[in-house]
Design a protein around this ligand. Structure first.
Ligand code: RFL
Ligand code: PHB
Length: 392
């Protein structure tokens, strides 16, 4: 069986779905191929922080209705170290920009509903996806669906299939890879407990980093720095709560609200960039091309930034026949990607307990945190990166 569309998109994560919807708003057709089920994609617990650019875009796309009702707008974050909290005030430091706490899987539900409402094709549970002829003007994607072999003919392929997808490996020989794997991970939990603070808390502690985040006024999301090889079985619920409380302790007796833990997971940490993010008519976007450690809350936002750039380039091609923006896609994206890599690496290395427990590193981290929270210039640098650098 053979089908045709203008843009064949592999992956129904934030990158693939935002791209598909943006193209649709410009009158360009796409088909999205996803190897998981719709339910799995909509329930996967992941990111939580949307930067101002992402929120503005979702609103402009007409997708902001539920986000406006259920999202939590945050005008600052707390950095906690030495047993004391220090607030970074985004309102003051970024001229009123903010972030919104709205779970990635909720964004995915809103996008999927919007796409399907327009009659768009998102084909879930595809298997054996392979890319062909993308160095010619007539690329195609082959896959199996419900035991049928299918071919999707298209003008362009967007590789939005995340870090473990098939699109980046399809051009592996042409790529230069930059990578740093960190010697620590995050143990994350979701709990039926009211957040213990109105804002996110990034906590530096001798025992390791901890993060207090949330999903709603009833649900807390918490993370603990742990060993990448850590076995979840070694972490009964009580021990997680005790360890979190120890790390978040303050001199004035701050108490963490507890509740039933409904989800637990361990996430490895890496910085990764594949360059260039394109080959012929194949364009990589989001985690397929780059990974940031989650400390800066940037992965989803960077995926969205990529597909905005890709949409502008594809729209320009169909309107004018020119390839300039397409040819510059990778270069344009990478300018932002590397700034976000720098920020995410910096937040990570400032806040985590580093291997070897070198006392020099600990004192240096505390001095850096002291500087960041006491110098307006340094706080402003953190704030403008956290709420999101302006789109070029
Ligand atoms: P995704 O979301 O991984 O989507 C890729 C999709 O492609 C599908 N796929 C395939 N489909 C067809 N054929 C194949 N062969 C395929 N292989 C894979 C997958 O099933 C999937 O549906 O990539 P995308 O769209 O680039 O989006 C990236 C973001 O999901 C990611 O960067 C963020 O989740 C990272 N992240 C965070 N980002 C933020 O901006 N703010 C945060 O607060 C934040 N917190 C986080 C995070 C990631 C975390 N984990 C679990 C890695 C917190 C955590 C714990
Ligand atoms: C989250 O709420 O999942 C979250 C928040 C901030 C981060 C990473 C993850 O930096």
């Amino acid at each position: 069986m053979s089908m045709r569309t203008q843009v064949g998109i592999v992956g129904a994560g934030p990158a693939g779905l935002v791209l598909s919807q943006l193209l649709h708003l410009k009158g360009i057709e796409s088909v999205v191929l996803e190897n998981c089920s719709r339910q799995h994609v909509e329930e996967r617990v992941r990111a939580g922080v949307l930067e101002q650019n992402t929120v503005d875009l979702l609103n402009e796309m007409g997708l902001g209705e539920r986000m406006k009702r259920q999202g939590l707008v945050h005008h600052g974050i707390e950095l906690r170290f030495g047993g004391r909290g220090h607030r970074i005030d985004f309102d003051d430091l970024t001229d009123g920009r903010a972030v919104t706490i709205y779970a990635q899987n909720e964004v995915i539900k809103d996008l999927t509903n919007a796409r399907l409402k327009t009659g768009a094709q998102i084909i879930f549970e595809v298997e054996d996806v392979s890319l062909h002829d993308f160095e010619s003007p007539k690329p195609n994607i082959q896959f199996r669906h419900q035991a049928n072999s299918e071919t999707l003919q298209c003008d362009f392929i967007a590789g939005c299939d995340g870090f473990h997808g098939v699109c980046r490996p399809a051009i592996a020989a042409a790529l230069t890879l930059y990578e740093r794997v960190y010697p620590f991970a995050w143990l994350g939990i979701l709990a039926n407990a009211a957040p213990s603070s109105e804002e996110l808390i990034y906590c530096h502690h001798q025992r390791g980093f901890a993060l207090h985040s949330m999903r709603s006024p009833q649900i807390t999301r918490l993370y603990l720095q742990c060993d990448p090889e850590e076995n979840l079985a070694n972490w009964p619920d009580d021990e997680i709560w005790t360890e979190l409380q120890n790390r978040f302790d303050t001199a004035d007796g701050w108490k963490l609200n507890r509740g039933e833990i409904t989800q637990k997971g361990i996430t490895g940490m890496r910085s990764f960039v594949a360059e260039p993010m394109q080959r012929g008519r194949l364009f990589l976007a989001g985690d397929a091309a780059h990974i940031v450690p989650p400390t800066g809350a940037k992965g989803l936002n960077l995926a969205v930034a990529d597909v905005r750039i890709l949409t502008a380039a594809i729209v320009d091609f169909y309107r004018t026949g020119r390839r300039e923006l397409l040819d510059k896609y990778s270069e344009t994206c990478l300018r932002r990607v590397w700034k976000v890599q720098r920020f995410s690496w910096w937040m990570t290395s400032m806040l985590h307990r580093l291997p070897g427990d070198n006392p020099f590193d600990q004192r240096r981290q505390l001095a850096e945190l002291d500087y960041v929270t006491s110098s307006r210039a340094a706080s402003q640098s953190l704030a403008e990166n956290y709420v999101g650098l302006p789109m070029e």
